[in-house]
Design a protein around this ligand. Structure first.
Ligand SMILES: [Fe+2]
Ligand SMILES: [Fe+2]
Length: 119
């Protein structure tokens, strides 16, 4: 599933998953991706983005446990696959930036949206 990457790259209501903490984390991920885009060779920015994304995934997964959501395992696998790919990145170019942006947009709209009203 592929959704349009917003330009400028920022959160809007079409990304709302009905959960304040998670919406705020998603907004922050947009900001960190923009920070990386503006400073692609800065390893500290890449690390900050990855650390925040890992923390964010845990927030969602802890929520799934609390409500015993039946799609939690499949959702966690998607998170794990992204982290595996992301931690192997050694440099950031246009292709990598596009991959990260497309992944975030597709994940929120195609996967996170499924827990709207559940979490
Ligand atoms: Fe998310
Ligand atoms: Fe997610």
């Amino acid at each position: 599933m592929s959704f349009e990457i917003p330009s400028p790259f920022q959160w809007d209501e079409s990304f709302c998953v009905g959960h304040q903490v998670i919406n705020d984390q998603h907004k922050k991920i947009f900001e960190l991706i923009n920070a990386l885009d503006a400073d692609r060779t800065n390893g500290a920015v890449l690390k900050e983005l990855l650390d925040f994304v890992v923390m964010h995934f845990k927030t969602e997964e802890d929520g799934f446990e609390k409500v015993a959501w039946d799609q939690k395992d499949a959702h966690k696998e998607i998170h794990d696959n992204f982290v595996k790919t992301a931690v192997s990145l050694t440099s950031v170019d246009d292709g990598v930036m596009n991959f990260i942006k497309q992944w975030l947009v597709d994940h929120i709209k195609g996967s996170d949206m499924k827990y709207k009203g559940v979490l």
